[in-house]
Design a protein around this ligand. Structure first.
Ligand code: PLP
Length: 406
């Protein structure tokens, strides 16, 4: 008899986006002439930068010619891309990351989801609330949690992000072994400063814990005082892994390319307390289960590091940041407390009401779709998330409608 992994039954069915879709379709049916503006999901709308498109075409042309054709590439990614990343994203900012500490992949979603499988099931896991759901659900699937009671899984230490702590969770009162952090944050748009991040690094060093640092939105950081990488913090290379993605910095959500960074200095332990290289473990896992990102896609990603590519990527992110600024200022003018939107594409808005009620209000009065904060965890109740990923015209129209109708 084929039996299932019963932990899958503990997963909470995510009705969030299907409930949103149902409400939107009901509204559209009763208002057929109204154009709905979607500021709910975190998917980009602008095309790939010209430098990427040219490199992508060139990669395809090489694949079409027998003399330049390539089959399987290195599982960890081509050296040309790893070297560009290590130099531009880390060494140039004072973080001593070597080329072979970069692992190219097809997404930060898979990497942040898969990483937990390197660890035993009895480790103590700390996960933010509200949260990008992948971190939580993959630990549930792996059997690291108990039952779901009152909106929370037994066995997980929830790191609460609230107005009181400026949406930067406090260090856990109970010792933990694996810590998920995400800055700039999805869904709150909050950022973390050097001192606060150092406190987490110190905590991990003191507890022999590991931080999984999701920096998928790093390219939105414009405040030069903020760290872009956890490896800018002294000692982090021994206790942290960083996840990055070209999804938002290069418009690659449909093209797929990301990377994970693990220093050779990072150590994890067996039950006898013997230290092992985390990089070697991930290398083993990556080479066993993954066969590399396609050559043309890696060529396109590498083009983001050319002078034109850098300028175009910045312009792309600036476009969304302009939307974010407009959303934040419009909602603030209406008297709502907002976080994010200055170094992040998300604006987290205190709706002063039930998340879903505020969702209904925006949809019914303004024809604007947001994401109810309650869908990201218990601490999201009362909030909504607006995303800057849409055209400037649509964002302007959305804010005009909200101002006129609320
Ligand atoms: N991490 C966070 C916090 C995200 O919000 C997202 C996408 O929305 C991802 C990772 C996924 O990135 P990728 O497109 O590289 O899989």
């Amino acid at each position: 008899m084929i039996t299932i992994n019963e932990h899958y039954h503990k997963l909470q069915a995510s009705y969030l986006f299907s409930d949103i879709a149902k409400k939107v379709s009901r509204y559209q049916k009763s208002n057929p002439d109204k154009e709905i503006i979607k500021l709910g999901i975190g998917d980009v709308t602008r095309p790939l930068p010209p430098a990427c498109i040219a490199a992508f075409h060139q990669g395809v042309a090489e694949m079409a010619d027998e003399s330049t054709f390539r089959g399987y590439g290195p599982e960890q990614g081509y050296e040309f891309l790893r070297a560009l990343i290590a130099e531009n994203d880390f060494r140039s900012r004072g973080a001593a990351i070597e080329d072979d500490e970069i692992f190219i992949s097809d997404g930060a979603k898979c990497d942040t989801g898969n990483f937990q499988e390197l660890f035993s099931t009895d480790i103590r896991v700390a996960i933010p609330d509200p949260v990008y759901p992948v971190y939580l659900d993959t630990n549930v699937m792996a059997g690291r949690t108990g039952a779901f009671v009152n909106g929370r899984f037994d066995g997980i230490t929830y790191l609460e992000s609230t107005r009181e702590n400026q949406f930067i969770p406090a260090l856990p009162a109970r010792a933990v072994d694996l810590i998920y952090l995400c800055f700039p944050n999805n869904p709150t748009g909050s950022t973390i400063g050097r001192e606060e991040l150092k406190a987490w690094v110190d905590y991990a060093r003191n507890h022999k814990a590991l931080i999984l640092f999701d920096a998928a939105y790093e390219s939105f950081i414009r405040d030069t005082r903020l760290p872009k990488s956890i490896f800018e913090i002294e000692g982090a290379e021994e206790v942290a892994v960083e996840f990055r993605s070209f999804s938002k910095s290069g418009g690659f959500t449909g093209t797929r390319c990301a990377y994970t960074v693990i220093s050779k200095k990072c150590r994890v332990y067996d039950p006898n307390g013997r230290a092992h290289s985390l990089r070697s473990l991930w290398n083993r896992r990556h080479c066993t289960k993954f066969n590399g990102v396609s050559y043309p896609v890696q060529k396109a990603a590498a083009a983001l590091y050319s002078p034109e590519g850098k300028a175009q990527s910045r312009e792309l992110v600036d476009y969304y940041l302009r939307n974010a600024k407009l959303i934040r200022s419009a909602m603030s003018t209406l008297g709502y407390d907002c976080v994010g939107g200055d170094n992040a594409p998300y604006i987290w808005i205190d709706g002063r009401a039930d998340s879903w009620k505020f969702f209904d209000l925006l949809l019914e009065k303004a024809g604007v779709v947001c994401t109810p904060g309650a869908g990201f965890g218990r601490c999201g109740e009362g909030y909504i998330r607006l995303s800057a990923f849409n055209s400037f015209d649509k964002v302007s129209e959305a804010m005009k409608r909200i101002k006129e109708s609320i």
